[in-house]
Design a protein around this ligand. Sequence first.
Ligand SMILES: N[C@@H](CCC(=O)N[C@@H](CS)C(=O)NCC(=O)O)C(=O)O
Length: 231
Amino acid sequence: MTRLHYFKGRGRAETTRWMLAVSRIDFENVAIDTPEALAALRATGKLPFDQMPLLEIDGLNLSQSSAMIRYLARRGGYYGESDADALWCDMMAGAVADFAETSIQAAFQPTAEAAVETLKGRFAKFGPVFEARLADNGTGFCAGACLTFADVVLAEALSGYLEWVPGLLVDTPLLAALHGQVLDLPGIAAYLNSAQRYPMAGDTYVIDAARVLQRALPTHFSDQNRFVPVQ
Ligand SMILES: N[C@@H](CCC(=O)N[C@@H](CS)C(=O)NCC(=O)O)C(=O)O
């Protein structure tokens, strides 16, 4: 069985979930929701960098979400049809990771208004250049003439933004079309309607992550160091 170990939420595991979904690979979310569960996972020796997520698939232990999505892309034929396509996949996926970081961090902002402003600012930088890439490529996809992992991670990131800023894609019709197309893929549609899809991150997720990692909460929380072990 393919197993994905992470907090009880989307975070840095979500791009891998979308790649598993598009590839129609059944998987189990293994929720790491206590410091003891994380310590036990670390004790297995399956985390080369002591970090989550961990993807167990094909008898392998994968670390680093960027490696997971590329492994799944190669495995499922989502890496383009040429070296030039693969290069565009990597360039787009790299830029999408930079773009997506802002939505991963949105729940950690002091207010929803601050999160929305940050997301709008980041979209103002990346939205037009992503739209221009789709226009240049001319196929509706990020690279080549077929769906690749770059399209999947781009759609995943846009979904995260759209939950905070619903009208985000009104002036970027190619991005809107790609987003819609990826959401309509049978594997993605099934995943998004399943119990495996965690809700958008909020305070519960932020508190869970701090508790599991035994780290300080963002400064706007009361008793910010409540999970930090006393020396
Ligand atoms: N680049 C890594 C980042 C992994 C990462 O920062 N994981 C965090 C949880 S989101 C973690 O395990 N932190 C604990 C640590 O670094 O010791 C990825 O995308 O997989």
